[in-house]
Design a protein around this ligand. Structure first.
Ligand code: IPE
Ligand code: MG
Length: 215
């Protein structure tokens, strides 16, 4: 969900306002995707690389995650089930504070009964950290020195139930992938747009969704 800072800058607002607008837009995007019968929506909320941002900005982004995981009423109204991917809380290097851990666990529990779209939020997520862990777990489960299979790696990802990705969306005019689901996006279409995340609207969603069935 890139471009919150630029969205704010263009309006002469502090970056934090851009993040707030981005969180609000996520709620709208979730509603639209659910109405379009999207089965799985995975969003990059906060990366393993984002912790080095100024403390005040990190603090603000964390509070917005508490808010988004707290939108249980809306999620339930839209039959959306929450999932999370990211560095396990007990892993060395995990920096997720307790109040976010609680918000994540609670949101998962409070939406577990929903049968519609699965919204997976990537928080303290990095694809390389995920793949390293998957490789290590795969090797550790081996008795002898056999080769690791692709199926084993897939089964040790943070959320093995996630299906292969159909479309990757990158907002705000960036044309790179940035440590996001590098294993899972094999063969996916990519939708690049100049729009910043807070301006990513229903027309943009429909354009991205068109790629699913495009050749
Ligand atoms: C995305 O907006 C939010 C996070 C990465 C947490 P940015 O903060 O990256 O916005 P730009 O790239 O500076 O516009
Ligand atoms: Mg950015």
């Amino acid at each position: 969900m890139d471009g919150n800072g630029r969205w704010a800058k263009r309006r002469g607002l502090p970056r934090t306002e851009g993040h707030t607008a981005g969180e609000e837009n996520l709620a709208e995007v979730v509603r639209v995707c659910a109405s379009r019968n999207v089965g799985w929506l995975t969003v990059f909320g906060f990366s393993t690389e984002n912790w080095v941002r100024p403390p005040a900005e990190v603090k603000h982004i964390l509070s917005l995650h508490k808010q988004l995981f707290g939108r249980v009423e809306e999620l339930n109204a839209n039959n959306v089930r929450i999932q999370w991917i990211g560095r396990p809380f007990d892993e060395p290097g995990s920096k997720t504070p307790g109040f976010i851990q609680k918000a994540i666990v609670q949101a998962i529990e409070d939406t577990a009964h929903n049968t519609g779209m699965v919204l997976t939020v990537a928080f303290d997520y990095g694809s390389r950290a995920e793949l390293l862990r998957a490789a290590q777990l795969s090797l550790a489960s081996h008795q002898i020195d056999q080769a690791v299979s692709t199926q084993e790696i897939s089964s040790h990802l943070y959320a093995p139930s996630l299906p292969p990705v159909d479309v990757v969306v990158r907002t705000s005019g960036e044309s790179r992938i940035s440590n996001f689901m590098l294993w899972q996006i094999q063969g996916a279409k990519v939708y690049f747009t100049e729009r910043t995340w807070p301006d990513f609207d229903v027309n943009e969603i429909d354009r991205a969704l068109k790629l699913v069935h495009a050749r």
